[in-house]
Design a protein around this ligand. Structure first.
Ligand code: SF4
Ligand code: SF4
Length: 446
């Protein structure tokens, strides 16, 4: 199994400082994030349900036919990520990213198991202890990988459906094969890759480099008067195995602040402050120096205020658009294979098709009404059409009228679709086609 991602070739043992300031904050935030990560798909806050072709966004169930809102929602998420990256740098990487959280958890677990094995089985050879440690670690890592994969795939498949597949050990269907493959990848990731994923695979670090400017939050080392005692503790504390003293802009740096804690712990004993700190940009102005609350929050220039306003504007527009959407989608199409027909009832019939989709969370009944052409009536939709949540139904119906009561040729009418849940009626402008000449009664048409 991989050890901590220390710099290749550097044999310094890693240190952890669990009681220190940023470490404690980070672990608290990460715990909250894990809970949110698990709850998001369960409560339909965010899920791109691929089998059902739905996008769940803050409780709203968007259908694939509502692509414009889905697109705007995804764009909103992207703009938010870009804005956070510009203002707060790689704070997402260090505090919020599941890859970081589970990689660090895997490292801590492995270290704890190794320590326990070395303590309790000290009579065995180091090689045997190592094998026992790997076996114990794998026994925990496998179910943990299944659980993490379950949560991750829940962002794309309904959790109840996924749970059923898991219980039946489904590795025959496409979904089951994907789930098993992702579990294997997760296992390999947390066994061998961990933080190397951040520099080898994840594009966010590269993206951050493009979004940062002179006011972006970063972890900064400053030693103008040569006071660094060169204890190297910041290097040994770094989960990414880098030396922050070289540059604040190293691709590997996730702004986790473990090096700040390390330096504080060492220099604190000498009555001095850490030489590493969070700062707004390379100018190195520490975050605690600012007095105005908005500058402390990172709103340090007009660009940031403009971006915040843009996000607020975007979020408001998006929530209005989501709330204005009709839960029941109704479409009415004339069937013009025959312009009209004459029925056994002696009336002229025009054929139509009603297609209704219930995108809401309760049953809904669609009833049709006619307007503007009193001489015709509806046939075939008397009871209305009742739809369960998520259901799409279609029904053929006729508009029929006496030939003598309508104009020959084209007559205009409106079909109103009324939904019983208070949704606004939808109106369809249609035409009723009657013969240009008198049609012979059915019995005389030979
Ligand atoms: S250099 Fe410091 S902030 Fe950057 S990853 Fe290492 S410990 Fe975290
Ligand atoms: S922990 Fe602080 S004092 Fe020690 S080497 Fe790093 S920057 Fe210098």
């Amino acid at each position: 199994m991989a050890s901590v991602a220390n710099k290749p070739g550097v044999a310094t043992p890693r240190v952890t400082l669990p009681g220190t300031r940023f470490h404690r904050v980070r672990k608290t935030v990460q715990t909250v994030c894990v809970v949110i990560f698990i709850l998001l798909p369960l409560f339909n806050v965010v899920r791109f349900d691929l089998p059902r072709q739905r996008f769940y966004f803050f409780g709203a169930e968007l259908w694939i036919s509502e692509f414009s809102i889905i697109f705007l929602s995804l764009m909103f998420l992207m703009v938010t990520i870009a804005a956070v990256a510009m203002i707060y740098g790689r704070i997402y990487c260090g505090y919020l990213c599941p890859q970081t959280i589970f990689s660090e958890a895997a490292t801590s677990l492995e270290t704890a198991i190794d320590r326990m094995v070395n303590r309790k089985l000290s009579n065995l050879t180091p090689g045997v202890r190592r094998v026992v440690g790997i076996a114990l670690f794998s026994m925990v890592l496998l179910p943990a990988s299944v659980f993490v994969t379950f949560v991750f795939v829940s962002f794309f498949v309904e959790p109840a459906d996924l749970f059923h597949r898991l219980l039946t050990l489904d590795i025959r269907t496409a979904g089951g094969i994907v789930g098993a493959s992702v579990t294997l990848l997760t296992l390999l990731d947390f066994a061998f890759l961990r933080q190397r994923f951040c520099t080898a695979i994840c594009p966010y670090g590269y993206l951050q480099g493009m979004l940062a400017d002179s006011h972006t939050l970063l972890v900064h080392y400053q030693d103008e008067s040569g006071k660094c005692i060169k204890c190297e503790k910041c290097v040994r504390a770094c989960p990414m195995g880098i030396d922050i003293r070289r540059s604040s802009h190293q691709l590997e740096c996730t702004h986790c602040a473990e090096c700040i804690d390390a330096c504080s712990a060492v220099l604190g004993r000498l009555g001095r402050e850490s030489m590493i700190q969070y700062a707004w940009g390379d100018a190195g102005k520490g975050v605690t120096v600012e007095r105005a609350w908005y500058r402390r929050l990172g709103l340090r220039d007009g660009k940031r205020v403009a971006i915040l306003l843009l996000l607020l504007f975007y979020a408001t527009g998006l929530s209005i658009a989501i709330n204005m959407r009709q839960p029941v989608l109704v479409r009415i199409m004339p069937n013009r294979i025959t312009l009209y027909s004459k029925g056994a009832d002696g009336l002229i019939h025009n054929h139509f098709r009603l297609v209704a989709s219930n995108r809401g969370s309760a049953d809904a009944t669609v009833t049709l009404l006619l307007a503007d052409l009193p001489a015709v009536r509806l046939l075939g939709t008397d009871a209305g059409l009742t739809l369960k949540p998520g259901e799409t139904l279609q029904r053929e119906f006729d508009v029929a009228g006496s030939e003598t009561a309508v104009n020959p040729g084209v007559n205009h009418l409106r079909i109103l679709a009324h939904v019983d849940d208070g949704q606004k009626d939808e109106t369809f402008a249609e035409t009723f086609i009657a013969p240009m000449e008198t049609v012979e009664p059915v019995a005389n048409q030979k």
